[in-house]
Design a protein around this ligand. Structure first.
Ligand code: MG
Length: 228
């Protein structure tokens, strides 16, 4: 039987790291290229890590070559892991385990994130979510976030999962756009940097303060799709 596929964003949706991702990227660009405050003014929330590299390079008047990514990524991961050894830095947002328990048997669940997959793993582990999701789609799977829903459908098919409707859950207008681009429903949580007004203007199917407050609403939406 086809089940809905619910795709969870990471930053601002499952967890918060007080900007550790940006700090780690800045350290990595400074070490590798000598660029100071590399991500200043660069739109990070909702962007894939590969697009962030392109945008940072453009700020410094150069074109980012994908061949540069592994060296940058290694420095980024090292800085990120160091920053997140401080347990006060990472906050797991409320209600996620309860929501996943309630979705079990009613939906497939996976990650949909602009993080590189190793960075996602570092953040999830720091938030006590290591091993919670068995698969996902990442920056490596689509340069543009709008390509991530099709990538998730393809990954689900490759895994032999029968998927009906897709639901993206995120915290930015970029999550709403990527859901729409992929023909998915979209739920936004107000736990990221975006204001409730900005999120509402993006036109999600459902907007909730967080997973705890929105538990029943999200379940009703997903279970309604299970019969669709
Ligand atoms: Mg996010």
């Amino acid at each position: 039987m086809a089940l809905p596929l619910v795709l969870f964003d990471i930053d601002g949706t499952l967890l918060r790291t007080r900007g550790a991702g940006r700090v780690a990227l800045d350290e990595a660009f400074a070490e590798l290229h000598g660029w100071p405050d590399a991500t200043e003014g660069v739109h990070i929330a909702g962007a894939t890590d590969d697009v962030i590299c392109q945008d940072v390079a453009a700020r410094f008047g150069v074109k980012w070559a994908p061949v540069q990514t592994p060296a940058l990524q290694a420095r980024y991961l090292s800085a990120l892991a160091r920053l997140l050894t401080d347990p006060s830095r990472t906050e797991r947002l409320p209600g996620i385990f309860e929501l996943l328990d309630a979705l079990a048997g009613h939906a497939h669940v996976a990650l949909l994130t602009g993080n590189w997959s190793p960075g996602a793993a570092v953040k999830l582990a720091a938030a006590g979510l290591g091993g919670t999701f068995s698969w996902g789609v990442y920056s490596e799977d689509a340069l543009d976030r709008d390509g991530l829903v099709p990538a998730a459908r393809a990954r689900a098919a490759a895994l032999g999962l029968s998927v009906g409707e897709v639901v993206v859950i995120g915290d930015t207008a970029a999550d709403v756009r990527c859901a729409r681009a992929g023909g998915a429903r979209v739920v936004v949580v107000e736990t990221g940097f975006a204001t409730p007004e900005v999120l509402a203007a993006a036109g999600p199917d459902l907007q909730v303060p967080d997973f705890a407050a929105g538990h029943g609403w999200i379940l009703a939406l997903v279970r309604g799709l299970a019969g669709a």
